[in-house]
Design a protein around this ligand. Structure first.
Ligand SMILES: CC(C)(COP(=O)(O)OP(=O)(O)OC[C@H]1O[C@@H](n2cnc3c(N)ncnc32)[C@H](O)[C@@H]1OP(=O)(O)O)[C@@H](O)C(=O)NCCC(=O)NCCS
Length: 191
């Protein structure tokens, strides 16, 4: 992916069978990143439970994958049982992979996914000291609201069009083939 100049992996959707990769990524988040992600300290048990519910929670999960390991995820969650006008997003990038443009690349995918599902207001919440998250939100023209203990970002995605839908579908097709054939792993084993 051209926007990931400092990173050698790729971005694709995570499929419902990949909850273990999702869990292992979350477990690798250090104390600071866990607090930034969930707005409070969380235990390994909490993370395992959260990861088990990855599919139950519904929505779309994009991952940055390197050598078959998920190193970052972005979650687009519905606020009800079906896609409505509002949705929320959350991000986690492992400490070893932060500041490489991965969070920004994932934000682009999440906004497009929200757009293609007819979402009109996309929310993300972070702690006031989370400068990285706020920097990414501003890059995508989010409106930030500062409250005690929380910063809320709101993005208004454009309406979907032929190109946004096709771009997501084409990427999904490639991502699916990579996931099913486990191609990155085979290529690295063959090298
Ligand atoms: C927040 C997070 C998702 C950002 O992802 P990332 O891959 O590290 O971010 P990127 O590299 O794409 O971009 C980070 C931006 O923050 C900027 N930045 C880094 N440190 C900063 C600081 N102290 N002050 C202001 N901006 C800062 C970088 O310069 C970069 O902006 P640029 O692309 O314009 O140069 C990631 O750090 C993370 O997962 N943190 C832990 C969990 C979390 O905070 N989740 C968000 C709440 S749901």
């Amino acid at each position: 992916m051209s926007e990931l100049s400092a990173a050698s992996g790729s971005v694709r959707k995570l499929w419902p069978t990949e909850t273990i990769k999702f869990r292992d990524h979350m477990l690798r988040l250090d104390k600071v990143s866990r607090r930034m992600r969930f707005a409070h300290s969380v235990s390994d048990d909490f993370i395992c439970d959260y990861a088990e519910r990855m599919n139950e929670l519904g929505g779309v999960v994009y991952a940055y994958i390197e050598d078959d390991d998920v190193r970052a995820v972005a979650e687009l969650r519905k606020l009800g049982d079906v896609w409505g006008q509002e949705a929320e997003a959350a991000f986690s990038v492992e400490p070893t992979h932060q500041d490489m443009g991965i969070g920004s690349a994932l934000m682009g995918r999440i906004i497009r996914a929200a757009r293609n599902r007819g979402v009109k207001r996309l929310f993300m919440s972070c702690l006031p000291e989370n400068n990285r998250m706020q920097s990414i939100a501003c890059k995508y023209e989010a409106e930030l609201t500062f409250e005690p203990g929380e910063v809320m970002g709101e993005i208004v995605p454009q309406d979907p069009n032929y190109f946004s839908v096709i771009a997501e579908a084409l990427e999904d097709r490639v991502g699916y083939i990579l996931a099913v054939l486990d191609l990155p792993e085979r290529i690295s084993r063959a090298a």
